[in-house]
Design a protein around this ligand. Structure first.
Ligand SMILES: Nc1nc2c(ncn2[C@@H]2O[C@H](COP(=O)(O)OP(=O)(O)OP(=O)(O)O)[C@@H](O)[C@H]2O)c(=O)[nH]1
Ligand SMILES: [Mg+2]
Length: 232
């Protein structure tokens, strides 16, 4: 609880038995609810999460988007914080972006990892991909996104129905930020955070995901242009 607001942390997990424990132990006391979404893990992720005291839900459709949506929809909170289960996002400092959201009367804060404080925290392929996608987001949507692919967001749950992201995979990260920024009644901003090296092995193919992210951005832009043209 913080300033009378109930706060949930949502952690989508696919085989994060190593990182989840490290992540969980850093969760600060003001958090009311920790939701671990087990996305078809074949390791002990669900067992570890239960033992730690998290609420464990399972998402049977494979994909980051499916997992994070399930967690957000299940969370019973006024404010939701999303992080990864690999120890990378600074949940220990999550009061800062929450304060920023409330002090500035915002609805959606996307936590930016850039400029990186610890150069070793991100593989160079991810760094290049992130920069390229953030640049394309700026070019296509005319707003600077310092970190278009950050997985740490702090937002008011009551705006979620106005965003309703459709993506089932990694594209959801871009989609939710762009929708939050474009929505006329939602106040969006970014807030700089630290980023730590990952615990456990990565399961992502950065080039494949990068290409999917780029194709999605162009399609999403076209869809928005068509909708705008129809409404004028
Ligand atoms: N790879 C993968 N991760 C998933 C999936 N569903 C949920 N996740 C979780 O989503 C979070 C983000 O995925 P990460 O693998 O950390 O992706 P990333 O941060 O872009 O890249 P790395 O940390 O370098 O692997 C992690 O907690 C994953 O365990 C899935 O279907 N595939
Ligand atoms: Mg990660």
């Amino acid at each position: 609880m913080y300033r009378n607001k109930k706060i949930s942390v949502v952690i989508p997990c696919y085989n994060e038995e190593i990182g989840l424990e490290k992540t969980y132990k850093l969760i600060p006391k003001f958090i009311d609810e920790v939701l671990v979404v087990d996305n078809l893990s074949t390791d002990k992720t669900a067992k570890v999460a239960k033992k730690l005291g998290a609420k464990v839900i399972s998402e049977k459709n494979k994909g980051y988007g499916f997992a994070i949506k399930k967690g957000i929809e299940t969370a019973k909170a006024d404010i939701i914080i999303t992080i990864d289960g690999d120890g990378t996002y600074p949940v220990e400092d999550s009061l800062r972006p929450v304060k920023y959201l409330l002090d500035e009367n915002l609805d959606f804060v996307s936590c930016s990892r850039f400029p990186l404080r610890n150069r070793n925290s991100m593989h160079w392929q991810n760094l290049v991909g992130n920069k390229l996608i953030s640049f394309l987001m700026k070019l296509l949507f005319w707003r600077e996104f310092k970190d278009g692919l950050s997985g740490m967001w702090v937002f008011r749950k009551n705006i979620y129905n106005s965003l309703l992201p459709l993506s089932s995979d990694w594209n959801l990260s871009e989609e939710i930020k762009i929708k939050a920024y474009l929505h006329p009644d939602i106040k969006f901003d970014e807030y700089r955070i630290n980023y730590h090296p990952r615990f456990g092995a990565s399961k992502v193919w950065p080039i494949k995901v990068g290409i999917e992210n780029i194709v999605f951005l162009f399609k999403f832009r076209m869809h928005n242009t068509l909708n705008l043209a129809k409404s004028t």
